[in-house]
Design a protein around this ligand. Sequence first.
Ligand code: PMP
Length: 407
Amino acid sequence: LKDFDVSKIRADFPILKREVNGKPLVYLDNGATTQKPQSVIDAITHYYSDMNSNVHRGVHYLSQISTDAFEVTRRNIQSFINAKHEHEVIITTGTTHSINIIATCFGKANIGSGDEIIISAMEHHSNIVPWQMICEEKGAILKVIPMNEQGELDIEAYKGLFSEKTKIASFTYVSNSLGTINPIKEMIAIAHEHHVPVLLDAAQAIQHIKIDVQDLDVDFLAFSGHKMYGPTGIGVLYGKEDALNAIPPYQGGGDMIKEVTFEKTTYNELPFKFEAGTPNIEAGICLNAAIEYINAIGIDEIASYEEELLTYAQEQLETVPGIRFIGTAAHKSSVISFLIDGTHPYDVGVILDKLGIAVRTGHHCAQPVMNKFGIPGTIRASFALYNTKQEVDTLVAGLKRAANMLV
Ligand code: PMP
């Protein structure tokens, strides 16, 4: 890719210059969280040095500039995901918070005893447990889209899960443990044929794939700032205006009200109805710097580069003796999960760490996926826009060394 200058990109991320255990850091745990460019780090300092004030409250200057900056983020998220209205973008603390809002509030309004909720076999715990909690509370039933040996969802089986009782479907765009990209546009259309709304977990997609909520016609979308080069403690819940208006608020408190008396409280309009209390102002404002960073490079350019890197990594990893890939879907994004025969993922992870290479080992908050493959966990390398082919080579050399030591 001629216009994608990875060395220039790497220079924007100060942490990539550091060493770990005396070796240059090779950061391949981007599925867990991404590193931050200098512009995001500077935005944090700038916020506290020049702007710090509460939002949506004061008439004074600082409150106005911090409110304006917070709302700029909302507008830029709106255009980033192509939402129809700015007020369809709810600022949350992350994907987990966003999913819990919908499971709880949609559940309160629409789910009753014997109703059914569809999720998939490859969900992160945060897209399983909130639904189990509402099922338990309401006496509803969780139905699970099965997955094949490649780690792809069975779409025919999915079609068969719908009934008159199905109230909502919630699934991931990209699997954090396997890297599978699901055919979500088709899956959303199938749900809509049954008049069932869809929540899409975009935690592992938003930083890798262009998302257009109107084109997807998705009802709700959840993602986290920290996986897209932004700060932690901030995330997004997108919802169609009508869908968000049709459900009750999540938490009560300041900002989410119109009028409060002891007899009755009326709720504020979108988006504030779902934003009770002081938000994470700093992270909200600084998330904009992350979005601008992605926009300056271009999400499509990022996607092409990462695809090339994933293909290279896949080819090179095949040369590691005893490697067994978990999740071999035809369409994948930025994640490779694997085991090495005769070794435990944890031991391999420790040896890689000694070599300055950061990978994730374990169940990746997706225990049902591990159960499906009959394994306790995997080694996961997950890539971002600043990773390089040389880093892949370092990983492969490290794995060969680990295999030599352990097998
Ligand atoms: N869903 C998926 C697919 C994820 O990968 C993650 C984070 N690992 C989450 C949900 C939860 O995100 P957060 O911890 O930022 O709320």
